[in-house]
Design a protein around this ligand. Structure first.
Ligand code: PBG
Length: 332
């Protein structure tokens, strides 16, 4: 009797792709709501939800609206939000004093959200750029971003955020020695339980453009950030940054941007086995949204696929502006 099939193969990998049931059984990694950290922008005023032009679908919230947004995120099961301030230009100075003002817009948002939704983890950003009249992450003297003086300012900023109720501090400035200095200050100040997620491998990237718009730093920035953020050609250096930050007291580490640096994410997770996160940055978001809004890609599917890739690469979670949309889809 002749077989109805042309070949008699033993291995037919398509067998486990035949139906959604079998695909689900063999799926190696999945994206869940617990993987999401939602970055939000806060600004002065009341009852304001202001669109960010270069990030369609993303809003700047006044503190009262940020509280409502945080409540919504918590109700969707999102475990954490990350707060970024849009600072009034009149408050930006070369010494960046507003960065450690306990009453600055970011610290007020932390307090208000912590009071309203205590179980939602609040992450912060530590860098001087939203408060700096020249848009840099550090203090500039004679045209150079000075390291150690900046670290002193960052420690002040960190303590003000811890005091306001932040659960996770996110140093994104790429100065040397800042993780150790912040960790020591937290220990000394009685903030032993405050976690640090270090932006350890943060690249000097062109993908941050829309974010600088969102925090109002775009016009301010003089020059570029290449003397402190990493060169996009480097991967071994990223491993050294991770090792250093862990040694200095970071609890979690981050790679940023995300999708163009998935190889780095994978290396970090396989070499260190520590809580590893990626930031799907503003430019990544804007590209997906722009193509979707033009009808060139299926935005929803690309959003989910782009985020699933982080899990496959080894990340434990991802900061993404898509967080509430994904959470809504996953709960549907
Ligand atoms: C601040 C900071 C930046 C981002 C997060 N924290 C911008 C920068 O370094 O210029 C970018 C986030 C994004 O693009 O979504 N240092």
């Amino acid at each position: 009797m002749t077989s109805p099939h042309a070949f008699q193969m033993r291995s037919r990998p398509r067998r486990t792709r035949r139906s959604e049931a079998l695909r689900a059984m063999v799926r190696e990694t999945t994206l869940g709501t617990g993987d999401l950290i939602w970055p939000i922008f806060v600004r002065e005023g009341e009852n304001i939800e202001e669109p960010v032009e270069s990030m369609p679908g993303v809003l700047r919230y006044s503190v009262d609206r940020a509280v409502a947004a945080a409540e919504g995120a918590a109700a969707l099961g999102i475990p954490a939000i990350c707060i970024f301030p849009y600072t009034d230009p009149s408050l930006k100075t070369p010494a960046c004093e507003e960065a450690w003002n306990p009453g600055n817009i970011a610290n007020r948002a932390i307090r208000a959200i912590k009071a309203a939704v205590p179980d939602l983890a609040i992450m912060t950003d530590i860098a001087l750029d939203p408060y700096n009249s020249n848009g840099h992450d550090g203090i500039v003297r004679d045209g150079r971003v000075v390291n150690d003086e900046t670290v002193v300012a960052l420690v002040r900023m960190a303590l003000a955020q811890a005091e306001a109720g932040a659960d996770i501090l996110g140093p994104s400035d790429m100065m040397d020695g800042r993780i150790g200095a912040i960790r020591d200050a937290l220990e000394a100040g009685g903030w032993q339980d405050v976690a640090i997620m270090s932006y350890s491998a943060k690249y000097a990237s062109a993908y941050y453009g829309p974010f600088r718009d969102a925090v109002g730093a775009a016009g301010a920035l003089k020059g570029d950030k290449k003397t402190y953020q990493m060169d996009p050609g480097n991967s071994d250096e990223a491993m050294r940054m991770i090792a250093r930050d862990l040694e200095e007291g970071a609890d979690m580490v981050m790679v940023k941007p995300g999708q163009p640096y998935l190889d780095v994410c994978h290396r970090v997770k396989s070499e260190f086995g520590v809580p590893t996160f990626a930031y799907q940055v503003s430019g990544e978001y804007a590209m997906i949204e722009a193509a979707a809004r033009n009808g060139w890609i299926d935005g929803e599917k690309v959003m989910l696929e782009s985020l699933a890739a982080f899990k496959r690469a080894g990340c434990d979670g991802v900061l993404t502006y898509f967080a509430p949309r994904v959470a809504r889809l996953l709960s549907a």
